[in-house]
Design a binder for this molecule. Structure first.
Ligand SMILES: Cc1cc2nc3c(=O)[nH]c(=O)nc-3n(C[C@H](O)[C@H](O)[C@H](O)COP(=O)(O)OP(=O)(O)OC[C@H]3O[C@@H](n4cnc5c(N)ncnc54)[C@H](O)[C@@H]3O)c2cc1C
Length: 358
């Protein structure tokens, strides 16, 4: 988010700096995801997640085509195994259409077999605009744009304090073992898993405002042998994730996952059992039983909803009404954040120009 937003803002503004605590970008959530360009079927109409995902999907394909970011428009099947799951994929189709997702289609068992011979279900929702991309290359593109516009990416620089001083913010922390303090007219908090903490540095009561994040981990396994599917194949979502699905990657391999469980610490070690993954996928892809699968990687979602809680939208807000003119918070940017990234950047740029720079 920081790179995407800075790439967009530095088109119009001088002195745009991205402060990053790690030695390079993409070491946290953006480097540990499914790399899927989502279509936008999963989010309630009029939510930011829905609107920014659908816009971001189109913008991402165009960025990838124009700037050589590797991608594949593979299409996706969301499969229904039981009767009530048929109702659910029909609901997803209506929701997707209300969100403006194009080309959605319900298909029957025969067409599923033609598209994906190994998948055994009677009904599926086909979404041709879903795809995959190379997230590192997308981040490299945003980084190059920042540099081209004269902005700066500053690694090994952790923000530990922030306070209002007159009309500005004083942002402090540690940069390469040295303390630093800078003055900024505008601060855009894109701190991912720490974005609630960064908001609290500015004096915000994150519990009262509902900004406290719950970290929700997802593990991946890799399937050995020849690819079992060509497209993305998802079950009907249940629980806090989208269900264990099959995602081809850009190198032609297939990953299973991610599952979803809440954690208190961030680690990228796979902690789940192979059995859970096999049994979930076996319901629609019986041939998985013959395949070797091995632990691959993991990612951690910055979720606003805690265990058992309902849908929460992205928070992308200029906090002027709360006495923090010039602070824009991005909190809870979980999936579809990668897909939405160029649209989020555009949204933040509009907030900046309409409310801060006017
Ligand atoms: C398992 C999983 C699968 C996903 N799959 C998809 C998908 O297929 N498609 C999709 O669209 N989205 C997906 N997402 C969501 C997507 O990955 C995120 O929305 C996106 O990467 C969030 O980007 P970010 O910049 O907010 O966070 P990050 O990439 O985590 O970046 C935040 C940065 O802030 C830095 N930082 C934090 N605190 C400080 C501080 N105090 N000072 C300085 N720097 C700081 C961090 O070091 C980090 O580099 C997935 C997420 C997960 C976890």
């Amino acid at each position: 988010m920081g790179l995407a937003v800075a790439a967009r803002l530095s088109e119009d503004l001088q002195d745009v700096f991205v402060l990053e605590k790690n030695t390079r970008f993409g070491q946290e959530t953006s480097g540990h995801n499914s790399a899927v360009i989502h279509s936008g079927i999963h989010y309630p109409p009029k939510s930011l997640k829905a609107e920014l995902c659908v816009q971001g999907n189109k913008m991402l394909y165009s960025i990838c085509e124009k700037h050589g970011v590797p991608f594949k428009r593979l299409g996706k099947l969301t499969v229904a195994i039981e009767d009530e799951e048929v109702d659910e994929i029909e609901r997803l189709m209506r929701q997707g259409e209300a969100n403006g997702v194009e080309e959605l289609r319900m298909i029957g068992g025969e067409e599923v077999k033609r598209l994906e011979p190994m998948v055994e279900v009677e009904r599926a929702l086909y979404s041709p605009t879903t795809g995959i991309l190379e997230p590192d290359e997308l981040m490299n593109y945003f980084y190059a744009e920042i540099q081209r516009h004269g902005g700066m990416f500053v690694p090994v620089t952790e923000v530990t304090s922030m306070g209002k001083v007159g009309d500005d913010y004083e942002v402090g922390g540690i940069s390469s073992d040295e303390k630093f303090r800078i003055r900024a007219e505008t601060v855009i908090n894109c701190a991912g898993l720490n974005s609630d903490r960064v908001a609290s540095m500015a004096g915000m009561d994150i519990d009262r405002l509902g900004y406290r994040l719950h970290w929700c981990k997802g593990d991946y396994f890799r399937v050995g042998g020849k690819p079992l599917v060509k497209m993305l194949v998802y079950p009907v979502p249940k629980g806090p994730g989208l269900g264990i699905h099959l995602t081809p990657d850009m190198a032609g391999g297939i990953r299973l996952g991610p599952n979803a469980y809440y954690v208190h610490d961030v680690s990228y070690e796979v902690e789940s059992s192979e059995k859970e993954f096999r049994s979930d996928v076996e319901r629609f892809l019986p041939s998985i039983v013959k395949r070797e699968i091995r632990a691959d990687s993991a990612g951690v979602r910055p979720k606003l909803e805690g265990p058992g809680q309902g849908f929460r939208d992205f928070v992308i807000r200029h906090e002027a009404e709360r006495g923090l003119f010039g602070l824009i918070n991005l909190v809870g940017i979980e999936s579809p954040g990668l897909t939405a990234s160029p649209a989020i950047a555009e949204f933040v740029s509009r907030l900046y120009h309409d409310e801060i720079a006017k």
